[in-house]
Design a protein around this ligand. Structure first.
Ligand code: ADP
Ligand code: MG
Length: 366
């Protein structure tokens, strides 16, 4: 695999230009109130750079939520623009209404791209987390104007490039659910990582394919291909936390993988496995991690948290992504240069599965 190189906004001639800046301000909004503005703050370096370099206007483009092509008053961008203006006091800053109110956005429609392009002289994408989608403002628009990657996007790609070409003592950890969607990713990772640890519901699929009992655990409809199941460098947990079907939060117990009963559900890594995997992290130079090790949102956080702690206490560099994984890390303070948390869950997985190719990145390549 080769490194992905994008045209950086640092190299753009910005002075006097009207810049269309595509960001991902898809922040949690409750009754028009912003719950978490991390995504807004993430765009500030690019906006500052554009202003310093003399941009005449910055027209911010974003989507919020999934209005599915209909105008939805609860998903209007007004609160986002006011919050942004609290950080950047500049008359040059403006924002268009939620792009997804127009069905042509998600359809990748050329006519919408043309209407947007007419408002600017150049285009900057600083929305890595949306770059796996070939939407009008992500791809068609980038083709109509001189187009560049924003600083946040450049930074994401620099870190993810490292995950594509990891140093020798590296470890990949993949959790979450939906084995069938992650199978191409696992194949790619096995080509470059010495070991891939599989947790979460993905592990259930692997254990089942290896002939072990999984009770009533969540498994994919499609079986794991035999060759993949037989891959020794694909590591499944050795012990688990299991919960009885009837009372899923009350009387869970620890069980060896051979001892899961027919009425039990796998909900997390066992203590022994979590400890062994923490040691593997400590012995690595680089760790890639996406996805929780258990049913995180139901409180089965121990496996995930143990690995997060191990990562913080280690000296390895790491790239991770996915909502639950990021939440596990967020409980601790750490050096964001050593442990990079991607803004993209889905985009990160697709980037890694496709060897760095994503629809909205491919149009920005040098
Ligand atoms: P999504 O894209 O829907 O967030 P992910 O692939 O990120 O899916 O997986 C996250 C989900 O995986 C979480 O909802 C978590 O509860 C679930 N999960 C993790 N481990 C298990 C398990 N052992 N059994 C069932 N679900 C699990
Ligand atoms: Mg997820």
């Amino acid at each position: 695999m080769s490194e992905i190189a994008l045209r950086s906004v640092r190299d753009a001639d910005v002075a006097g230009k009207r810049v269309l800046l595509r960001v991902d301000f898809n922040v949690p909004l409750q009754g028009g109130v912003i719950v978490d503005d991390t995504r807004i703050k993430a765009a500030l370096p690019t906006i500052q750079l554009l202003l310093e370099r003399g941009a005449r206007a910055i027209i911010v483009l974003t989507h919020v939520g999934r209005p599915q092509g209909r105008v939805d008053e609860t998903l209007q961008v007004a609160p986002l623009l006011s919050r942004l203006r609290e950080y950047v006091q500049s008359g040059a800053l403006d924002m268009l209404e939620n792009l997804r109110f127009d069905p042509r956005e998600e359809a990748g429609d050329e006519s919408l791209a043309k209407e947007l392009a007419a408002r600017g002289d150049m285009y900057v994408n600083d929305a890595f987390s949306n770059s796996h989608r070939a939407h009008a403002s992500m791809v068609a628009l980038a083709k109509l104007l001189p187009s560049y990657a924003g600083l946040g996007l450049m930074n994401e790609v620099a870190h993810l490039n490292r995950a594509l070409m990891p140093p020798p003592r590296s470890l990949a950890i993949i959790g979450g659910a939906k084995f069938e969607t992650k199978e191409p990713l696992l194949q790619n990772l096995l080509a470059v990582y010495p070991q891939v640890l599989l947790g979460g519901a993905l592990a259930n699929d692997l254990l089942k394919a290896r002939g072990l009992p999984v009770g009533v655990s969540l498994v994919s409809a499609q079986p794991v291909p035999e060759a993949l199941a037989g891959e020794e460098r694909l590591i499944a947990p050795d012990d688990l936390v299991v919960a009885p079907e009837a009372a899923p939060t009350q009387t869970e117990r620890e069980a060896h993988t051979a001892d899961v009963r027919i009425d039990e559900r796998i909900v997390d890594l066992g203590t022994k496995t979590a400890k062994e995997w923490a040691e593997k992290i400590a012995q690595s130079d680089f760790v890639l991690w996406n996805g929780p090790m258990g049913v995180y949102e139901k409180g089965y956080v121990e496996g995930t948290d143990a690995l997060a702690k191990a990562l913080i206490n280690s000296s390895c560099t790491a790239v991770l992504g996915g909502g639950d994984t990021a939440a596990a890390l967020a409980q601790f303070t750490f050096d964001p240069h050593r442990i990079f948390v991607s803004t993209g869950g889905g985009a990160m997985l697709e980037f890694l599965a496709n060897g760095g190719s994503l629809p909205a990145l491919d149009v920005l390549r040098t």
